[in-house]
Write a protein that binds this ligand. Structure first.
Ligand SMILES: CC(C)(COP(=O)(O)OP(=O)(O)OC[C@H]1O[C@@H](n2cnc3c(N)ncnc32)[C@H](O)[C@@H]1OP(=O)(O)O)[C@@H](O)C(=O)NCCC(=O)NCCS
Length: 316
């Protein structure tokens, strides 16, 4: 008899067991442990036990699913209008499909109870409330194509594709920042600053990136005005088995009026050069397939798409 209930304090080691046994695909942190879950999930200020739905077969925990929300516009609190089921993990079990369906229904019921009018599947750059560094690579990419069991679960439940996210990688072996007139002019007129463990810009950024080693490159003009920034994080231990030191490019942004002047290309190329000098061998980043400027920028910088993830949406 399968019981569906919400999280209890004694669950963490059993949830780590479920994670280790579940088929989450190659982009899930392994081996999972209770302390890793503690750092990325239970310790978050907005963790709500009612949103973590657990399936138990008699006394044995056989699966869990986690529903959560993203930030309000000013990123100072959580907004419960849009909610998502970040992931569903189930051990091999004869009733696997039924357990998955019930866990997902439990998540949807929780999200609706809290006021969600839009119900999604998978995390994203906007909805990275939990599991950054534990699933999906440099950011949460929705549900990766390689997470076959999870993808099928959302499709079976009638979810549609809301967005596709490209996972892009670039090896840094022998990387050299391009040198041309535009780059030289930008170099002359700007200052590039690398800040380790920068002060987080918002409550949401602090809550979601605490515990990961963040480095921010800031590009300033001669008047000390910020033109843009790029934030990277040290992807170990998630990338521990890749055989290369990996860094995740979490975000890059150029101030609106300064765009299309070659600044992002300069900023990221300089950052890649700096990271390669420090022994980083690979950089991963994600971009929505609808974000043409970002995809073109990364392609120009030599990134290649290695996989896609899907952000699902439950039709209303
Ligand atoms: C993506 C972004 C960082 C690009 O910054 P930028 O300084 O305008 O980019 P650059 O001027 O250095 O352009 C470099 C290349 O990117 C591509 N690109 C940039 N803006 C583009 C646009 N609007 N349309 C198509 N391609 C674009 C081009 O390939 C360009 O090379 P080209 O000028 O030789 O054609 C900027 O648009 C931005 O801040 N967007 C909002 C945040 C974001 O989406 N970040 C990416 C995901 S984290």
């Amino acid at each position: 008899m399968i019981e569906i209930r919400c999280f209890r304090n004694a669950d963490p080691p059993r949830l780590a067991d479920v994670w280790r046994a579940a088929d989450l695909g190659p982009a899930a942190m392994q081996p999972m442990t209770a302390p890793l879950l503690e750092a990325s999930v239970f310790s978050k200020p907005y963790f709500d036990r009612e949103g973590l739905i657990v399936a138990a077969d008699d006394d044995r925990v056989v699966g869990f699913a986690h529903a959560a929300f993203g930030p309000a516009k000013d990123r100072s609190t959580v907004d419960t209008h849009v909610g998502t089921t970040l992931l569903v993990a189930i051990v091999p079990h004869p009733l696997q499909e039924q357990i998955g369906d019930e866990l997902l229904r439990g998540c949807e019921a929780y999200l609706r109870r809290r006021g969600a009018t839009t119900i999604l599947g998978g995390g994203s750059a906007d909805l990275r409330s939990f599991y950054l560094g534990l699933y999906g690579g440099s950011d949460l990419p929705g549900i990766l194509d390689s997470s076959t069991a999870m993808r099928r679960l959302f499709e079976r439940a009638g979810y549609e594709t809301a967005d596709r996210v490209a996972v892009l990688r670039r090896t840094l072996q022998g990387f050299r920042a391009p040198v041309n007139r535009l780059q030289l002019a930008i170099r002359r007129n700007t200052v590039l600053r690398a800040i380790d463990e920068p002060t987080r810009r918002t409550w949401w950024e602090a809550a979601t990136t605490t515990g990961i080693a963040l480095r921010r490159y800031e590009l300033l003009n001669q008047a000390d005005e910020r033109l843009g920034s790029a934030s990277f994080w040290d992807m170990q231990p998630l990338a521990g088995t890749w055989g290369v030191v990996a860094s995740g490019l979490l975000d890059v942004e150029i101030e609106g009026p300064r765009r299309r002047q070659g600044l992002a290309h300069y900023l990221v190329a300089e950052a890649l050069h700096d990271l390669s000098q420090e022994g980083v061998g690979l950089v991963e980043t994600h971009a929505s397939t609808a974000n043409t400027p970002a995809l073109s920028l990364f392609t120009k910088l030599g990134f290649e798409t290695v996989e896609h993830g899907t952000i699902f949406r439950k039709p209303s």
